[in-house]
Design a protein around this ligand. Structure first.
Ligand code: KIV
Ligand code: ZN
Length: 511
């Protein structure tokens, strides 16, 4: 049997640190459920002291994960951080506190103003203090990738003696090359007493496009936990991409003497979910989950793949959940077929909600000959996005053309149930719709990005619009909307962004 490599997902913590990727608690819970379904070993659910919203997310995720996986909260090596994380993690069946500090010369000198001895003292205190609250404590040596190896050995040794159960060796700035990162891990294994009884974790960033290679090199040299994110989201150029390391280990398990327990057929869904919720599109040529990852366009390649798939494909698309479904859903399909297919896709609904879901499905099916899995995913995600919407767009009518002045009439319901019918003109149909919506909503944001893409197939495809609006305090909020009518998608996306702005502000205030 090969070594088990634990997959530590930090999409909800480091991933959320991507510009524009902030998520509210509801959205984090949707992703956390998917992570549980994928069978990851650890979910880093947030940084509890950073805001009441993060505290709530860690606590709620601890509740839904139960004993299925470890739930982890990040802290600095500061007592108050550790106390707050311990409090947030009380709901978790398997809680872990992730604490640590910078260890490279520049972090010690310029950020922390600590000598090496003071840093060791802080690390020992933080680990032993965290152990008073939970049995599982992970110590991170931030910027280990640029640290002095002698000092790294000393501080890791001290953390292990203080009771760390996991030691995390991050390449925080993505500076390393595969040929010098694994050697650090091998050296720690050789020189730190008792390291054989703790898990060695690696947390690599992608500044030079090396994150996956570094993580695998670390595994070859003895690491047994990888910290990663869906779609490689994360600070700057991102973190190690979960789907890449998991599939690389699956394809090269023998050479690496490694396996993971991740359910790989869930990878594509996880990728779409994260992209939909954060509004950050996946590049089409992204390994494993990009739209082109299994597309063959040249005649020679098509000919080869038709003769034998593995001439140009190393992964069976079905293994990552990218294969199409056999059930054809249309306006003639009943409740049972829809419930069955949604169940296969991992979505279940209470009976009282299902009529609503079915009615929305019929609306889509009326406009399309065939409803594909992507339509269903878009439909469910749209529903999830609208949970606790402050404003709901009930109807939109737009007249435009040459020489008409674009005019929009919108019907919007607010959270107390009042209906507003508003009308506005604009420079184009979308502008008119947004101006009409602005007449009702109580907040203001400047439109800073507007993107349209077809997310399903055919001339009657569902078009998804992503917008980013910038609030007066400079914060960016992303909204998405999907519909067969692009103007309606645009209006839904705008209302969604406004709802997020309001929900995020409320969640940060702990409301
Ligand atoms: O990149 C990093 O070093 C981190 C730590 C906080 C683990 O994200
Ligand atoms: Zn990081």
């Amino acid at each position: 049997m090969t070594r088990k490599i634990a997959i530590f997902d930090t999409t909800l913590r480091d991933g959320e640190q991507s510009p524009g990727a902030s998520m509210n608690t509801e959205e984090k819970l949707v992703i956390a459920r998917q992570l549980v379904r994928m069978n990851v070993d650890v979910i880093e659910a947030g940084f509890p002291i950073s805001s009441p919203g993060d505290f709530k997310s860690v606590s709620e995720i601890g509740r839904i994960a139960g004993g299925a996986c470890t739930v982890c909260g990040l802290t600095r090596a500061v007592d108050k951080d550790i106390e707050v994380a311990a409090e947030a993690l009380k709901t978790a069946g398997r809680p872990r506190i992730h604490t640590g500090l910078g260890v490279s010369p520049s972090h010690l000198r310029d950020k922390l103003h600590l000598t090496e001895e003071q840093a060791i003292e802080r690390a020992v205190h933080a680990v032993s203090y965290a152990r008073k609250f939970v049995d599982d404590v992970e110590f991170y040596a931030e910027d280990a990738g640029r640290s002095d190896q002698e000092f790294l050995v000393r501080i890791v040794q001290a953390a292990v003696r203080a009771g760390a159960t996991v030691v995390n060796i991050p390449d925080t700035t993505g500076y390393n090359m595969p040929w010098n990162f694994g050697t650090r891990i091998a050296d720690l294994r050789e020189r730190v007493d008792g390291i054989e009884d703790v898990t060695i974790s690696v947390h690599t960033h992608n500044d030079l496009g090396m994150a996956t290679a570094l993580a695998l090199d670390a595994v070859m040299n003895g690491a047994t936990q990888i910290e990663c994110t869906i779609n490689g989201l994360g600070e700057r150029a991102g973190n190690t991409s979960l789907e890449e390391v998991v599939m690389a280990i699956k394809m090269h398990g023998e050479a690496l003497d490694a396996h993971t327990d991740v359910v790989t057929r869930e990878l594509t869904r996880a990728s779409k979910l994260v992209s939909s919720i954060t509004g950050i599109n996946v590049q089409p040529n992204k390994a494993i989950v990009g739209a082109n990852a299994f597309a063959h366009s040249s005649g020679i390649h098509q000919d080869g793949v038709l003769k034998a798939r593995d001439t140009y494909e190393i992964i069976d698309p079905a293994d990552v959940g990218a294969a199409g479904s056999e059930i054809i859903l249309s306006a003639r399909s009943g409740h049972a077929a829809l419930r069955h297919r949604l169940g296969e896709l991992g979505y279940t609904f209470a009976d009282e909600d299902f009529d609503d879901v079915y009615n929305r499905f019929l609306e889509i099916a009326d406009q399309k000959k065939e409803v594909f899995d992507e339509d269903l995913e878009a439909m469910v995600q749209e529903r999830q996005r609208d949970v606790k919407a402050v404003y709901t767009l009930d109807a939109l009518q737009v007249s435009c053309g040459d020489p008409l002045v674009p005019t929009a009439t919108a019907t919007i319901t607010d959270e107390v149930g009042a209906t507003h019918v508003v009308c506005a003109t604009g420079s184009g149909p979308v502008d008119a719709a947004y101006k009409a919506i602005d007449k009702v909503v109580a907040v203001h944001g400047d439109l800073s990005e507007f993107n349209v893409k077809a997310i399903t197939r055919g001339i009657d495809a569902i078009g998804e619009v992503t917008v980013r609006i910038t609030a007066d305090d400079g914060k960016i909020y992303t909204g998405r909307g999907a519909d067969n009518d692009i103007i309606v998608s645009s209006a839904k996306a705008y209302v969604n962004a406004v709802n997020r702005m309001i929900q995020t502000t409320r969640s940060k205030e702990g409301k």
